[in-house]
Write a protein that binds this ligand. Structure first.
Ligand code: GLC
Length: 494
């Protein structure tokens, strides 16, 4: 930025001087706008279908959305105490934390280490994955405890953020890999013994207390400090939500004879919404993403929203406009780097959307550095508009999920705790989501812009760390109180 002086305030939200853009490029922009815009009527239609699919997921027959009971059966009261380990196996990183829930209401201390999840492991062998995870946990314990051999077994909350069937809180039968993972021999199996075997092989002193999903952790951690929190969401590498249901409204658990008003957190796994492709406005680019993914036909909703796919959508658009259209963007340039699938992540779109310069200087530099391409100004304008359309569509579609749970549960006002890289870092994601919620739920205009929306999506507490520790604490509390459903195997009930 040398020589350009201080950054001017962003003078506009949209693309620069569309009037400078040649007609053929303008036509392409209009085409993208047609493909990617989700208007109010469509948002409402998607939400309506979403509500019925949430119900279907809870029914005995089931549907596309798994609606997994989690055996998390209460909110914390703020007086949970103890020291717990939490392991977060997300889509991108691995994190190990030690959390102490202190005597002070809703207070905690945390120490943590982050480890990269190597790309090869995501598509490698099962044993290598568990061995790597156990190594990270081991390393963490050895770094933070002097004499590991004298250590009592620490209770661990394992945040395993993939769809898993849980008959008990300490099991997780992987339904299918999501977020680009593809490791043979794990789907259909309980991952807990695999993880425990890897730990035992290293002599790591740990007792798994609970396996949780990141959304459930987010819900519980957020409710710990804000009692208005009713939904926990992740908008990150993947996209999903959890909320508290009553056992009596979960027909597929009827055989357990739980009290009808007993709370039960449900991990929706809403990424699988509309796998039948009935309502989502999929573009040809979405179809390519799906076909080329390790699990075609799965996670239809997630593939239009989550961070893992936003960069790929933009890349596919650009390659298409280079190869197949009359416009031939980036003509006579070497686009070999751009041809590599998943070469762009959502931070590339964030940077484009955040470029404050009228001439899209930063975007131009980014293309240069990352892709070896020198776009013309009109091409930069097109790319900027494409990024806006992709980011806006993601935010608006995700609002359909939040609206659907709110309608289903008749929540007129509440807080929704959200976490994940897209929610925390993608520019305008929150505002765009809030605008879509307003359109779906027909809220009147605010009198004062500072006023809260009836349903407000807020940055969550750390679900996979503190949430996991809280769930481990709540589980131990339940054991002490003798409420063992979802903890003990029925044959062990006396
Ligand atoms: C994917 C996973 C889900 C997780 C979400 C966010 O959708 O299937 O379990 O909650 O990503 O990480």
């Amino acid at each position: 930025m040398v020589g350009l002086g201080p950054k001017p305030p962003p003078s506009r939200k949209g693309t620069g001087h569309l009037s400078d853009i040649p007609k053929d490029l303008k036509k392409e922009i209009e085409n993208l706008e047609r493909l990617f815009t989700v208007d109010q009527t469509k948002l409402k239609a998607i939400t309506k279908h979403f509500v019925s699919e949430l119900d279907k997921g809870l029914s005995v027959e089931g549907g596309s959305i798994p609606m997994n009971p989690t055996w998390v059966m209460s909110f914390p009261d703020g007086y949970e105490t103890g020291t717990f380990l939490a392991l977060d196996m997300g889509g991108t990183n691995l994190r190990v934390c030690e959390i102490t829930l202190t005597d002070q209401k809703s207070e905690f201390d945390i120490i943590q280490s982050k480890y990269r999840m190597p790309e090869e492991l995501k598509v490698g062998q099962s044993e290598e994955l568990w061995d790597y995870i156990a190594d990270c946990v081991n390393q963490f314990i050895e770094t933070h405890h002097d004499d590991v051999s004298k250590l009592d077994k620490l209770p661990l909350g394992f945040t395993f953020s993939y769809p898993a069937t849980q008959n008990y809180i300490d099991e997780g039968i992987l339904q299918r890999w999501t977020k680009g993972f593809d490791i043979a021999g794990v789907e259909g199996k309980n991952v807990v013994p695999m993880f425990e075997a890897a730990l035992a092989a290293k002599g790591t002193p740990i007792k798994l207390a609970a396996l949780i999903n990141d959304t459930t952790g987010t819900l519980i951690a957020s409710a710990y400090t804000d009692t208005k929190m009713k939904i926990g969401c992740i908008f990150g590498t993947g996209c999903n939500a959890a909320y508290m249901e009553n056992a009596g409204s979960i027909p597929k658990l009827a055989h357990m004879n739980l009290p009808a008003d007993m709370p039960m957190a449900i991990n929706c796994e809403w990424g699988a919404f509309d796998n039948e492709h009935k309502v989502l406005p999929r573009t040809p680019y979405d179809i390519i993403i799906d076909n080329d993914s390790p699990r075609p036909g799965q996670q239809a909703f997630e593939k239009m929203i989550a961070g893992l796919y936003l960069g790929e959508l933009l890349r596919l658009i650009m390659v298409d406009l280079h190869d197949n259209h009359e416009t031939h963007i980036f003509a006579n340039q070497d686009i070999s780097k751009l041809r590599r699938a998943y070469t762009l992540d959502s931070s590339f779109l964030s940077a484009i959307e955040e470029d404050p310069w009228e001439n899209l200087q930063e975007t131009s530099e980014l293309f240069n550095e990352k892709l070896g391409i020198n776009p013309t100004h009109p091409e930069l304008c097109l790319v900027r508009r494409a990024a806006e359309l992709i980011g806006t569509r993601a935010a608006r579609l995700s609002a359909c999920g939040v609206a659907a749970i709110s309608i289903k549960k008749d929540y007129k006002t509440c807080h929704v705790g959200a976490d994940g890289s897209v929610f925390n870092k993608y520019p305008h994601f929150k505002e765009r989501g809030a605008q879509a919620l307003k359109e779906i739920l027909d809220w009147p205009d605010k009198k004062d812009p500072k006023e809260e929306d009836p349903i407000e999506i807020l940055a969550a507490e750390d679900g996979s760390g503190v949430g996991a520790a809280l769930i481990a604490a709540l589980t131990l509390k339940r054991v002490q109180a003798g409420n063992l459903s979802g903890i003990l195997h029925p044959e062990n009930f006396v």
